[in-house]
Design a binder for this molecule. Structure first.
Ligand code: PGA
Length: 269
């Protein structure tokens, strides 16, 4: 078995939930719960709505929990009513920005061509993009999942030099598993993550493929978390509903930390 040294991650996107006044209470409960476990080996993040970023920056400042935006524009400034730039996210204390979430693609007409420009801007501004990838139920039905993933990752990372790629966190989130009642099966997730890893290897070389983190998201819960994050190519979990309750998120954080320790301790082959 191969030793995995990629730093694992546990994170949550709050979507359009948790107003500013609710953030201190969430943070206090979360930090209290994770304070008792050893999470030093993993990276933690929460992605609040824009108007809750200031409250989150205050509540999580000086803690291991980093914050990020759920979207951004690809331009630095200009006549883009209703949009937020990468620098504005940095000003608000963000380290991360989520890009290409299924709900952005589905409801707001975002495309991977837009996402490519956003990845570029985010990296240039010092933000770590969390780049969502995933096939629809229809893609899956016609057996096209891997082709869709290849197209998405190729389009979103077009123009990036290999050295930049490990600065992007990939999040495999099958679109049919988001907001549903069940995550994808471990077998299915293992196959898609292996495809993504192989794609990175072919395109950018083994070193980049070994260093780039690939998270799984889509109906993750404290119950299915341990099996999913135990998979070799799954470098962490990206959680929606189950983490809007801080106790649920804390449980998943502990599961990711356990898995990271177990994988790092494996003997190399
Ligand atoms: P879910 O959301 O965990 O509620 O399915 C995941 C996501 O949208 O990233």
């Amino acid at each position: 078995m191969t030793k995995v040294t990629r730093r694992h991650m546990a994170g949550t996107g709050w979507k359009m939930n948790l107003r500013a006044f609710e953030v201190p209470g969430y943070a206090q409960r979360l930090l209290q719960q994770i304070g008792t476990g050893d999470t030093s080996a993993i990276d933690l993040f929460v992605l609040p709505p824009f108007t809750s970023l200031a409250a989150a920056a205050a509540a999580f400042g000086g803690t291991p929990v980093a914050i990020g935006g759920q979207n951004m524009h690809w331009e630095e400034h200009g006549a883009w009513t209703g949009e937020i730039s990468a620098s504005m996210l940095v000003d608000a204390g963000c380290r991360y920005v989520e890009l290409a979430h299924s709900e952005r693609l589905q409801h707001f007409g975002e495309t991977y061509e837009h996402v490519c420009s956003k990845v570029d801007r985010a990296l240039a501004t010092g933000l770590t993009p969390i780049l969502c990838l995933g096939e629809t139920a229809e893609d899956r039905r016609r057996g096209g999942s891997d082709d869709v993933l290849a197209w998405q990752v190729t389009t979103a990372l077009a123009g990036q030099p290999a050295a930049r790629v490990p600065d992007v966190v990939l999040a495999y989130e099958p679109r049919w598993a988001i907001g549903g009642s069940e995550a994808a099966s471990c077998e299915y997730v293992a196959a898609r993550h292996a495809t993504l890893r192989a794609l990175l290897r072919d395109r950018y070389g083994a070193d980049v493929a070994n260093r780039t983190r690939i998270l799984y998201g889509g109906s993750v819960t404290p119950r299915n978390g341990p099996d999913l994050v135990a998979l070799d190519d799954v470098d962490g979990l990206f959680v929606g509903r189950a983490a809007w309750d801080p106790e649920g998120f804390a449980q998943i954080v502990a599961e990711v930390a356990d898995a990271a320790r177990a994988k790092a301790g494996r003997s190399g082959s």
